[in-house]
Design a protein around this ligand. Sequence first.
Ligand SMILES: Cc1cc2nc3c(=O)[nH]c(=O)nc-3n(C[C@H](O)[C@H](O)[C@H](O)COP(=O)(O)OP(=O)(O)OC[C@H]3O[C@@H](n4cnc5c(N)ncnc54)[C@H](O)[C@@H]3O)c2cc1C
Length: 432
Amino acid sequence: MSNAPHVVVIGAGAVGAAVAMRALEAGLRVTLVEPDAPGGRQAASYGNAGWLSSHSILPPAEPGVWRKVPKWIADPLGPLAVRWRYLPSALPWLWRYLRAAWTWPRVERTAHALRTLLRDAPALHQQQAAWAGVSELIEQRGLLHVFLNEAQFRADKRAWDIRRAEGIEWEELDAQALRAREPALDARYTFGVWVPETGSCRDPGRYVAALVSRALALGAELHTTRATGFHIEDGRLLAVRTEHGEIPCDKAVIATGVHARALAGQAGDRVPLAAERGYHVVIRDAPVGVHTSAQFADAKMVVNWTDQGLRAAGQVEIAAPDAAPNWERARILRRQLVGIFPELSRAEAVAGASAQAGLGDEADFWLGCRPSMPDGLPCIGPASASADIVHAYGHGHVGLVSSARTGRLVVQVLMGTPTDIDLRPFSPRRFA
Ligand SMILES: Cc1cc2nc3c(=O)[nH]c(=O)nc-3n(C[C@H](O)[C@H](O)[C@H](O)COP(=O)(O)OP(=O)(O)OC[C@H]3O[C@@H](n4cnc5c(N)ncnc54)[C@H](O)[C@@H]3O)c2cc1C
C-alpha cells in the first residue's frame, strides 16, 4: 500500500470530482465517499445549465433587491420564490443575502473575488475533460445573453460595468446580427451580447461521471455510502465516519454540495448554507434550438443543447432541499422554451396529444439544489476543528464553472502549498 497521505473526498459532484483529479495528480491516495451514482440525478452537477461562464461574477442579489421580497413570497411561481412554509427558517439566510449586496462597493468586492475564482475556468475544464477522455463535452463557442431590446440590456448597465472593470469583454449584437447567429429565435428578441471567453459543457452529469471513472482507473477508491462525521483527536483527523463504518485517513474534503451543513458543523464551523432550488426541462427531439448556449433575460433561463436534447434550466425556489418538487415550475420553463422558438411550437402542435398530456413530460423534468451561501461566494478553506479537513461547497449558481479552480485550491490547501488566489473571501468562518 502507498505511503502517500490518504485523502477522503466526501461527495462526488463536480467539486468532489475535480478535487479527486487534482489530488491524484499531486500524488495523494484518494477515496471518494458518495451514496449515489457520481454525477447522478441527485447531484446539482447533473442537471445544471452547463455554463462555463467565467463572466458570472455578480452575486445573485444586488442593491435594492429587498423591494422584491414581498413579490417573491406572494408569487410561488415567479422566477424567484420563497416557499411559505420554509420562510421562518429561510429568514436569517435571506437577511444575510440582502445585506451582502446592500451597496455597490460590496457587490464589486464579491465580483472581484469571484473573478479570481472563475477567470480561467473554460481552459481548466478543457484540461480536466482531456484527462477524463471526454474533451468533446467542453465547447468553446462563448455564451450569449439575449434581450428583448437594447434598453433591457442597458437597464443592467451597472453589472456589465463591473464586468468590464474586471477585464471581461463582449460583443453587442443588434437585431440583424443576433438573427444571423440565431435564426430560430422569435422576432421579439432584438438585442444580444456575446461573451467569447466563456464556454459550456454539453452534458455535466456525464462529465462528472467520466472524471470519477478516470480517477478510479488511476487507483482512487469509491465507497458507496454516506459520510456522517469525523473522528478527530487533538485536532488531528483520524478517520471519516460513514454509515458503513470508519475510513481511516489523513485528510478529508467536504464536497457534499447543499448537504454540507451538518458535516461542516462536525468540523467546527457553522455555515449559513441554503438550497436555491432550480429546475430543468429537456425536449428530446427538438427540431430547432440555439447555436450558442444562451440566457434569456425575460425568461431568466438558459437554453442549451445537451446529449439528451434541448435543455432549458432556471428558476430559483428557496425551500428545503428535500421538499416535494413543484413541477409546475418545469412546465413554465417548457412553455417559455416553446415561446422562444416559434418552430418548436409548430412541431409541438404536430406532436399534439403526447405533448399536451404532460404525463410523459415528467421524465424530462429535473429538480436540483444550488448549494448557496448568502453572499454568493463558496466556502473553501481549512476547518476549525482540524486543519486536516477542508471545506469545498457553497458554490451556488456557479458551481460547475468554479469547480475546476476549486479542485486545485483544495489540493493546495491540503498540501500546504501557496494557493493560486487569495482564499480570504472564501473563508468558511466569514459569517461566524
Ligand atoms: C437549474 C440549475 C442550473 C445551474 N446552472 C449552472 C451553470 O450553468 N453553471 C454553473 O457553473 N453552475 C450551475 N448551477 C449550479 C451548479 O450545478 C452547482 O453549484 C454545482 O453542481 C454544485 O456542485 P457540488 O459538487 O458542490 O454539489 P453536487 O453536484 O450536488 O454534489 C454533491 C454530492 O455529494 C453527495 N453527498 C451528499 N451528502 C453526502 C454525504 N453525507 N456523504 C457523501 N456524499 C454526500 C451527493 O449525493 C452529491 O452527489 C446550476 C444549478 C441549478 C440547480
